[in-house]
Ligand binder design. Structure first.
Ligand code: AMP
Length: 121
């Protein structure tokens, strides 16, 4: 892949850019978000550089399932398995800013709408 096409998250996986890595396996990596929107805010990122969820093909079903399993696993590891939220922003119109698929795992905050609106502002 040409250097210019490699995403921020690929560079983090390749250890070119530092990040707080909390989990990794042969299919994905999990990092703490650099600008957390909740006390626990992790990003589950596949090693395969799918730009967004809508680009996933039928051949990607296994990795998509694995990413969800890992979201639950890291929530368990962080002690927040009772209450966490998983979010995927697909496309700039939905707030996606890094075009390498990732799942946000958010926890440790009140999940009522007012709290979430404050967290986003
Ligand atoms: P999204 O807006 O859904 O594309 O989410 C991108 C997320 O990546 C945001 O929550 C950013 O705070 C986060 N982010 C951007 N750069 C970094 C970085 N270097 N390390 C960790 N998280 C990052």
């Amino acid at each position: 892949m040409k250097d210019a096409q490699r995403s921020l998250f690929t560079r983090i996986m390749d250890r070119e850019i530092p990040a707080d890595i909390v989990y990794e396996d042969d299919q994905c990596i999990v990092i703490n978000d650099i600008a957390p929107q909740a006390p626990v805010h992790m990003l589950v990122i596949p090693r395969k550089p799918l730009a967004k969820l809508a680009n996933a093909g039928e051949q990607d079903k296994d990795i998509l399932g694995h990413l969800l399993w890992v979201a639950g696993e890291v929530a368990r590891q962080r002690g927040v398995a009772d209450a966490f939220r998983v979010v995927i922003n697909n496309g700039s119109g939905a707030g996606q800013t890094v075009f390498h698929l990732h799942l946000h795992v958010l926890a440790g905050t009140a999940f009522d709408e007012a709290s979430l609106a404050n967290a986003q502002n």
